[in-house]
Design a protein around this ligand. Structure first.
Ligand SMILES: *Cc1c(COP(=O)(O)O)cnc(C)c1O
Length: 359
């Protein structure tokens, strides 16, 4: 069985060369006589893997020295709670922007720990983001949280919200490493690995040192940034194999020109796919052209009765996991870093052929 083009939103496609390297090293890593999975996380072999991964991520993203990089578990969803638990620091509330399904979940969870000020939202029924001018920030907020890329709606912020003295917190799960970002603009960046970084099970948190303080009373030790930072993310056993694989993805990114090169390729992939959708009455995309995601491209067929046939024929053509989220309908093509340009071209060709046969 050969590999397909996998457009899954997450867990998602990984670079084939990374998988092959992991395969070659799976049973025995680097003269250690054992698999990475079998190593003590405190032994010198795994420590070298962990340190290299962090150094490579710091280099790729240009993470300043006054930020900690934490390799945690629990997914981005655990961060929805860990953020208020750790960053409130005696404040009563935090600002949140609501732009889609993932912001809503972050807001609902934060509401269990603090007063949530809805500082901005996508206009009702619109696939877009609020403008900077329309944001109503609370001067006493502990932080401003937003979702730069809404994985389900395919909406991406075309700007970094300006929050003044208030630390900016961002859920980068589905867009981290897709292009360079100015980390210094943020107080905290987090991402589940399974979209654009590696396998599920690893969650990366990049947080400015000064924001790490005493968490809310009753916060589990495992949910304390301070405890995790102090222990080098090894308060308990970290997700060692996922950490190692993410490290291989970081190396792959470095070998392929880093995030500047990724940005060029990702922009081209997205532009070509949106052009194919816009150039036809048979396909549509509901997102405001100014906020279209480079990573997650939802699209609908003019006749939804053809959705099932589309998915079936796409699968036969080696293009899988294109079913859209039920809240949006239609299709969704997630085209993360590891989706080759040839995969996007194959999808565009297939869409053209499908329209000819069924349009
Ligand atoms: C996938 C996703 C999440 C949830 O991630 P888990 O690691 O499954 O908890 C949160 N936010 C965004 C933007 C996502 O894409």
């Amino acid at each position: 069985m050969s590999r397909v083009y996998n457009f899954s939103a997450g867990p998602a496609v990984l670079p084939e060369s990374v998988l092959k390297r992991a395969q070659a090293e799976m049973v025995e890593w680097g003269g250690s006589g054992m698999s990475v999975m079998e190593m003590s996380h405190r032994g010198k072999e795994f420590m070298s893997i962990a340190e290299q991964a962090e150094a490579d991520l710091r280099e790729l993203m240009g993470i300043p020295g006054n930020y900690k990089v934490l390799f945690l578990q629990g997914g981005a969803s655990s961060q929805f709670a860990m953020i208020p638990m750790n960053l409130l620091q005696g404040k009563k509330g935090a600002d949140y922007l609501n732009t889609g399904s993932w912001s809503k979940k972050a807001i609902a969870e934060a509401g269990r720990y603090c007063a949530v000020n809805l500082a901005g939202a996508s206009p009702e029924g619109a696939f877009s983001v609020p403008s900077q001018d329309s944001l109503k920030l609370d001067r006493d907020a502990a932080y401003l949280h937003y979702t730069p890329n809404e994985t389900i709606q395919g909406i991406e912020f075309p700007y970094i919200p300006e929050s003044g003295e208030i630390p900016l917190v961002a859920d980068f799960s589905s867009t981290i490493l897709s292009r360079p970002i100015d980390v210094a603009r943020y107080g905290l960046i987090y991402a589940g690995a399974q979209k654009n970084m590696g396998p599920a099970g690893l969650t990366v948190v990049i947080v400015r040192d000064e924001l790490i303080g005493e968490p809310l009373a009753g916060t589990p030790t495992m949910f304390s940034y301070g405890s995790m930072a102090k222990a080098g993310s090894m308060y308990n056993t970290p997700p060692t194999y996922a950490w190692y694989l993410a490290g291989l993805v970081f190396q792959w990114l470095k070998e392929n020109g880093g995030l500047d090169a990724m940005a060029v390729i990702n922009e081209r992939k997205a532009e070509n796919l949106y052009a194919a959708i816009d150039g036809s009455d048979f396909y549509g995309n509901p997102v405001d052209p100014g906020c279209r995601s480079w990573m997650n491209v939802p699209f609908t067929l003019a006749d939804p009765a053809l959705d099932g046939v589309f998915l079936e024929e796409a699968k036969e053509a080696g293009l899988v996991s294109l079913k859209g989220h039920r809240s949006v309908g239609g299709m969704r093509a997630s085209i993360y870093n590891a989706m080759p340009e040839a995969g996007v071209e194959a999808l565009i060709d297939f869409m053209g052929g499908f329209e000819k046969r069924h349009g």
